[in-house]
Design a protein around this ligand. Sequence first.
Ligand code: FPP
Length: 249
Amino acid sequence: MTKIDLNKLPRHIAIIMDGNGRWAQQHTIGRIRGHKKGAESVRTVVRACREIGIKYLTLFAFSQENWERPENEVKALMLLLEEYLTKEIEELQEQGIRLVTIGETGLLNSSVREKLQRAKETTAKNDKMILNLALSYGGRDEIIHAVKKIIDDKEKGKVDINKITKDDFSNYLYTSGMPDPDLLIRTSGEYRISNFLLWQTAYTELYFTNVLWPDFTKDDLLKAIASYQQRERRFGLTSEQLKEKLTSE
Ligand code: FPP
């Protein structure tokens, strides 16, 4: 197993779980079975993150664009999500993991919404790790949604537009209250952000791997964390400034 420094963990990991379809193709089976195997990787990675001590894990489970996929694939993805919510709730509870979501979850069917609601309520008090599922999520729409809320608050006299800071704006996003991701992993050899967490990933370290999501293991996660730990996050400063800042803190 790849070695990592437990004192230098990313607080928040976000993952674009890509490659289920290609994995299925490689195994000459249907795409849906690829998603099924992908759901197993979700279990593995949630467990591993909890074990390692990651505080926030955000998974891109269903994008706004995914609604355009063939109807049977959308249905299968929804069923897998329901199955996950039903089967995993006990383990999430045992492990002290709180489930939250980001995205237009109102667009999900009522059966999924009910299960999500139940899972959220059941795990609401857990504080060991936050599992954040991005569902019917699109980054640009999230920003528009935030802008509309700000306009609404302005009309109610609740906000002074001229005084809005970056932190204030962050609080209007679905991820309000969560730290920005420190590390974003994308599997399957694609080098894109695909409308995921556009505002939040401004200073996130990006990690791309050729491994297809259904093949992604705990060791692949450790490799991504090890790569993150070798990087110097300067946030626009010079190395020297950064060292000074860190020693003065
Ligand atoms: C990308 O693979 C993956 C998705 C569109 C959905 C992700 C869903 C899962 C991992 C399973 C269910 C999730 C949970 C939370 C239980 P793709 O179909 O785009 O792959 P391709 O690019 O190879 O076709």
